[in-house]
Design a protein around this ligand. Sequence first.
Ligand code: AQP
Length: 328
Amino acid sequence: MRVRVFSGVQPSGNLHIGNYLGALKNWVAIQRDYESIFCIVDLHAITVYQDPAELKRKIRETAGLFLACGIDPAHSSVIVQSQVTGHAELAWMLTCVTPLGWLERMTQFKAKSQAQETIGDGILQYPVLMAADILLYQAGIVPVGDDQAQHLELTRDIAQRFNSLYGETFVVPATKLPLVGARVMGLDEPDKKMSKSATGANHAVGMLDPIDVARKKIMRATTDSQPAIVWDTLAPGVENLISIYRAFGEVDEATARQEFEGLRYGDLKKKVADMVVESLKPIQQRYAEITADPAYLDGILQSSYERIAPIAQSTVELTKTRMGLYTR
Ligand code: AQP
């Protein structure tokens, strides 16, 4: 059996270059080496309130962007999480083997619950649902950004705990991080991860930002009070811009050092902006073509669903059998 790859993105806002460099670019690079399943994780998005009409629109937008970024539906399945009931079913069964303390220790839970007036149970349960997403397909490899590495460790712990309680059931997955771009920082606050839910106008470059807007955001990025680059003492904002450049252009460190050492910040930003907008232009062009025909996207989602539904069904059945639940 070919090793399966699984990963997902929440349709909880505008996809940004952090999501692209941390996850999607890596997916595109490895998709043909594995049996690949990429998911719009809408059940995760509702762990915080989403406007229903907007969520519906974002699900399609995210699916369109997967394809526009280079996910090839001939090789990879593109699915919507809420269409496959096995995600929620398996999540419950895994909840019952997950100690509460494991969930309370998650840094994303701590950060997200601090920002809420009342803490929804969904924010606590989020990593169990993520474990279910991955284990449902018996995925061996999960390509994600650095912020999800802790949740992947938890997924491994849950799989191992289940296997030791009920017998070998789940493949224990490995995390795959990109070498550069695993944690893209906010352009306005380079000490914080670039995030869809951040509100600053210059925080993130969206994958669908108009080209002139994307350029302006990069030109306004926070650096420091030095005039030019000193490679051995890079301010976080400068390091972030160089990482973005390197990740988009697949530029190694030695080459980047040669290109950037001593360069004035204005020139650095211009080079980074050129690299980013030239990378975004063909993606945006493909996105416009893909979304011009809504039936095309519906067809991909449906054929992907039909391809993966038997895998999900068989894992749910196996898990129920292992636990002694009712099966026919
Ligand atoms: N800043 C980032 N740098 C690198 N990778 C990132 N990812 C997210 N932010 C960065 C990776 O993108 C994939 C999809 O992320 P997600 O939609 O599951 O949610 P998230 O990790 O919580 O990302 P956001 O953008 O910050 O969303 P919100 O604000 O809605 O929570 C994952 O592989 C993630 O690692």
